[in-house]
Ligand binder design. Structure first.
Ligand code: PSU
Ligand code: MN
Length: 301
């Protein structure tokens, strides 16, 4: 079995230089074309500008790949036959030589296999609203419980049940650290009203917590929750209305399984016009910068 690591990524890992993993489901299934391609390339540039080596992760013709090149990223952004891969789906993509974009769960798995410990994304998957009936809980949470990768995100979108998502993270032994905040951010909004128990104000503080977690955390990941930039954040009321309509549309269309999250994301975009997209792009950039700073701080330890 082969894990393809881009030479630049391997060089950085060998030299203990900072590396930041990036996911590909947000490119193939989370953002519309052409913004998805522009954003994916821009995130790599942001990571580089802040002193770290980017590694966008996916499965290319059955080969798990850490460090997709620009033409491959563009293909993932444009083609409509790219699979969405959570951890359980990697094996089938490998066995059938398919192209697949990796979710937070699968990106963590491959990042860890390559030796990359910091990963920037937009929002993680979590417990869906109505999970009491549907049992729809993202594999991202399970992966966070078992794979030691530091995931930088803006919390989770309020299409999810955020209090339940935090409860599951607590049960699974995953620390949630607010970056310059005492609250769990709600992706589009800076605040969710949900308080966190841990806060860090600098990348160096995050690095210290992460090293201690690696020693005593039992092998789980850690979530660094970064509020979206103030100028791009959207008002809570507007988001809640959009979420209600998106959930109603999903119920009416009878959407299940892996299609639920992409469907809700695209419904949210329609409901808010371009504004949710602008917020999404701004927070992805911001998280890539923070992740590069944390990876740089770790490289100094
Ligand atoms: N949340 C977002 N944008 C995204 C996703 C989540 O705001 O693009 C993607 C991520 O790749 C995440 C996945 O890991 O959706 C979760 O899918 P599911 O709920 O099917 O586990
Ligand atoms: Mn699901």
């Amino acid at each position: 079995m082969r894990l393809q690591i881009h030479p630049d990524v391997q060089l950085a890992l060998n030299g203990r230089h900072p590396v930041v993993a990036l996911e590909s489901t947000v490119i193939a299934h989370g953002l519309p074309y052409p913004q998805n391609n522009e954003v994916a390339q821009a995130l790599e540039a942001t990571v580089r500008a802040h002193g770290a080596q980017p590694a966008t992760i996916g499965v290319v013709q059955g080969v798990p790949t850490v460090g997709l090149d620009s033409p491959t990223i563009e293909q993932f952004a444009t083609r409509d036959n790219i699979l969405k891969l959570s951890r359980r789906d990697i094996a089938v993509a490998v066995a059938t030589s398919r192209d697949g974009a990796t979710t937070v769960a699968a990106t963590m798995a491959l990042a860890h296999a390559a030796g990359v410990e910091v990963f920037a994304t937009g929002g993680i998957g979590g417990v869906h609203r109505g999970a009491r009936e549907s049992w729809d809980v993202s594999g991202d949470l399970t992966e966070l419980s078992r794979t030691p990768v530091l995931v930088v995100c803006a919390g989770a979108k309020s299409i999810l049940d955020l209090p339940a998502t935090l409860e599951v993270l607590e049960t699974m032994g995953v620390p949630v650290v607010g970056y310059g905040t005492d609250e769990f951010p709600a992706f589009y909004s800076q605040s969710s009203g949900l308080r966190l128990t841990t806060r860090a104000d600098t990348a160096a503080d995050v690095a210290t917590i992460w090293r201690a977690h690696q020693a005593f955390g039992g092998g789980s990941g850690l979530l660094l929750a970064v509020p979206p930039p103030a100028e791009a954040a959207l008002p809570h009321d507007e988001i809640e209305q959009a979420v209600s309509r998106a959930l109603a549309a999903a119920a009416q269309a009878g959407i299940h399984g892996a299609n639920v999250t992409p469907f809700l994301l695209s419904a949210m975009k329609e409901q808010t016009g371009g504004r949710s997209l602008q917020a999404n792009i701004a927070l992805l950039e911001n998280n890539a910068r923070v992740a590069a700073e944390v990876a740089s701080a770790l490289a100094r330890t």
